[in-house]
Design a protein around this ligand. Structure first.
Ligand SMILES: Cc1cc2nc3c(=O)[nH]c(=O)nc-3n(C[C@H](O)[C@H](O)[C@H](O)COP(=O)(O)O)c2cc1C
Length: 200
């Protein structure tokens, strides 16, 4: 049996940013616990935006075939999903949002036999879910969290925790001045890998 997988979806365009460091810490924790991790930099993917092609559009996940093909496989195989994003205009970054929207097909709306429509999740909701984010002091991250929590549910994960770095500086990676936040992300990565799959 292969080691449990933690998938980290990184919405920050900046390598070495605070979100990047928090996600790396979660991945390190997962590996310490005997798991494996895949850290995906959404900014470096080639992903077309969702076209809302409607109910039952395709037998696969999506009508498009691009870097999302690999993301669907990673998320399907994930034991834990960690989403990271800076707060941009009160929500997640565009880089992450492209990936999130393209996962709409993981819980498609299908025509119900008796009429109307039902949501039909393709995957059981057994995965552990974590959100890590960064924003300015006194600014809100709850809209971003709400968006990510909805996404996690859509891809068969349950949100368990948010770790937020709120800061006044403009230094990339300034979360490094708060080792306890990095330790918390590491512990969360470790805990998710050590925990059994959730009851669907
Ligand atoms: C396009 C853009 C929009 C932003 N909007 C917000 C915002 O609405 N609220 C906020 O607190 N910070 C905002 N910020 C600041 C970032 O959230 C903040 O610098 C964050 O720490 C970046 O995380 P990262 O360095 O890990 O990428 C914005 C930054 C950019 C580039």
């Amino acid at each position: 049996m292969s080691a449990r997988l933690l998938v980290a979806l990184n919405g920050s365009p900046v390598r070495g940013s605070s979100v990047d460091l928090l996600l790396r810490a979660a991945c390190a924790g997962a590996e310490e616990a005997g798991g494996r991790s895949e850290h995906v930099y959404c900014n470096e993917l080639s992903v077309r935006p969702c076209q809302a092609c409607g109910p039952e559009p395709t037998t696969g996940y999506c009508v498009f075939h691009d870097d999302m093909d690999r993301i669907y496989e990673l998320l399907r195989d994930a034991h834990a999903v960690t989403v990271g994003s800076p707060v941009y205009f009160d929500t997640v970054s565009a880089q992450l949002k492209l990936v999130m929207d393209r996962c709409n097909c993981v819980t498609p709306l299908v025509r119900a036999p008796g009429g109307g429509y039902d949501l039909r999740p393709l995957w059981k909701r057994t995965r552990h879910g974590l959100f890590v984010t960064a924003c300015s002091t006194g600014q809100r991250h709850d809209f971003a969290e709400r968006s990510v929590r909805g996404f996690l549910k859509w891809v068969g994960a349950k949100w368990e925790e948010t770790i937020v770095w709120q800061h006044d500086d403009a230094d990339p990676g300034s979360v490094a001045t708060r080792p306890e936040l990095l330790a918390r992300a590491r512990a969360a990565g470790r805990r998710m890998i050590e925990s059994a799959p959730l009851e669907a």
